[in-house]
Design a protein around this ligand. Structure first.
Ligand code: URA
Length: 200
């Protein structure tokens, strides 16, 4: 059994947050265990909670189209979320939930060891680009400790706001060249708040 599958078992036992009581399934993530590209969304929604898989609802269909636009399938990348249980009533994740779930996300990152982490939406962005605004930094990348971090709007944003669709599509198209040129991207130092993401 792979280390990631072992991790899923641990995640499935987690009852640290109140929302664990209400979940149908925990949604750890899925994809290639040695993926170069790790996409991190926000939290499971209704469809994901039913199926135990990330991004399988309408936002997921758009994510699949975006991946196809760069000749990738979801089996070739890894897709995870900031939190692994569905927030009740589809509300936004709470700070405590993000903190409690952070250890799982960190272990996933360690095990997958991706070359590039793509944040989908502001909750995921906030972990890696603290204090930044999605409107300003979407479509831009930084490199830290050899990993490229790239911020994108959440695919669901295109479903609510049609005008963002083209922006999201254009941002996705930049990924292959960033990945190919990763070696040449200059390293930046993590900001102090960012180190919290990796602290126990
Ligand atoms: N939105 C997310 O952020 N994650 C999912 O898995 C589904 C929808």
């Amino acid at each position: 059994m792979s280390a990631l599958t072992e991790l899923y078992k641990e995640i499935a036992l987690c009852q640290q947050c109140e929302i664990a009581k209400f979940r149908n399934s925990v949604v750890p993530g899925e994809g290639a265990e040695d993926a170069d590209l790790l996409f991190i969304g926000e939290a499971p929604g209704w469809h994901e909670d039913k199926q135990g898989r990330p991004f399988v609802g309408p936002a997921g269909q758009f994510l699949d189209q975006l991946l196809a636009s760069i000749n990738l399938t979801r089996q070739q990348v890894y897709i995870a979320n900031v939190i692994k249980c569905r927030p009740t009533g589809n509300r936004d994740p709470l700070p405590d939930e993000i903190r409690n779930c952070n250890k799982w996300l960190r272990r996933q990152i360690e095990l997958i060891s991706p070359k590039m982490i793509v944040t989908l939406g502001r909750y995921s962005m906030a972990l890696f680009f603290p204090g930044k605004s999605i409107g300003k930094i979407h479509g831009t990348a930084i490199k830290q400790d050899g990993v490229v971090y790239y911020a994108m709007y959440h695919p669901a944003a295109a479903l609510h706001q049609q005008s963002l669709r083209k922006t999201i599509e254009a941002d996705m198209l930049k990924i292959p060249s960033l990945l190919a040129e990763a070696k040449n991207i200059a390293e930046v130092k993590p900001e102090p708040q960012q180190l919290n993401m990796f602290a126990d």
